[in-house]
Design a protein around this ligand. Sequence first.
Ligand SMILES: NC(=O)c1ccc[n+]([C@@H]2O[C@H](COP(=O)([O-])OP(=O)(O)OC[C@H]3O[C@@H](n4cnc5c(N)ncnc54)[C@H](O)[C@@H]3O)[C@@H](O)[C@H]2O)c1
Length: 269
Amino acid sequence: MAAPEKPIAIVTGAAQGIGLGIARALALASHRVMMGDVDRERLEQSARELQTDGGDVVAQPLDVTNPDEWASALAALDARWGRLDTLVNNAGISPRGTAETTDLALWDLTLAINLKGAWLGAKACLPWLKTSQGVILNIGSTRSTRPMPGLFSYVVSKAGLWGMTRQLAVEYLHAGVRCNMIAPGWVDTPNERLLQARHGRPDFPAGVANLTTPEQVGAAAVYLASPAARTISGVTLYLDSGLHVADDAGMVFFPDTRSLPFPQRIDEE
Ligand SMILES: NC(=O)c1ccc[n+]([C@@H]2O[C@H](COP(=O)([O-])OP(=O)(O)OC[C@H]3O[C@@H](n4cnc5c(N)ncnc54)[C@H](O)[C@@H]3O)[C@@H](O)[C@H]2O)c1
């Protein structure tokens, strides 16, 4: 019996953090992975590390907001592997700001990376995914469906991604392409530590009871990309220990901040 072809995946924002965790998990599960990111230096370094560990991965400079860069990425993928099974739309930013303190530039940037980027990725990859009966995985957040004060553009973008996930699942049901969202809660990544430190929590993730790891997000991606999940589409898989059903829109896992008056819990630049 001929060995099955190794599945091919693209992971965006794969230079570090959750995206790197997903790329690593997919590579360990015998996927070939194109790792895309705007941070070329870190991307090259991370790809080299995965290659050293035996991963069949390639680094691809990719700004998800730019359709031309998606076209270049797919051309490179075609030349190298000629196939695509899984797109992981992971690239994202989580800037602080309320509806009033968010300015036009910040709104445009957040929506461009977190939402438009995922659409452009789907648009570029769908012709390939229809051929392979593949899958799109969007990386949302607990905040896709449970808002938090001070994360205005982020929450709106991630809620949009939730809608896009369901819309793609419906539009491509008959084409055999699945689309699902993985929604982590707090994940300990280097950038999340920097962000939390900037907002007065230098000891993050200390005290966060429901921390999720990039490896756990990677494991969820491996499962949802696998044949075992071939009847799963349009769902959101929360990896947040139940935070999305908790009756508290605030930072319930930072007990020391719960007693503060409401406005002080709003993160602002
Ligand atoms: N860390 C958390 O607590 C957490 C929780 C829930 C959801 N998420 C989501 O997970 C995803 C990854 O988060 P993270 O914490 O690993 O972030 P991170 O900042 O560590 O990594 C994000 C990566 O995306 C890249 N990137 C930024 N703009 C890009 C663009 N235009 N095109 C391509 N790449 C771009 C960055 O260079 C970086 O390498 C994001 O979508 C984020 O919203 C994170």
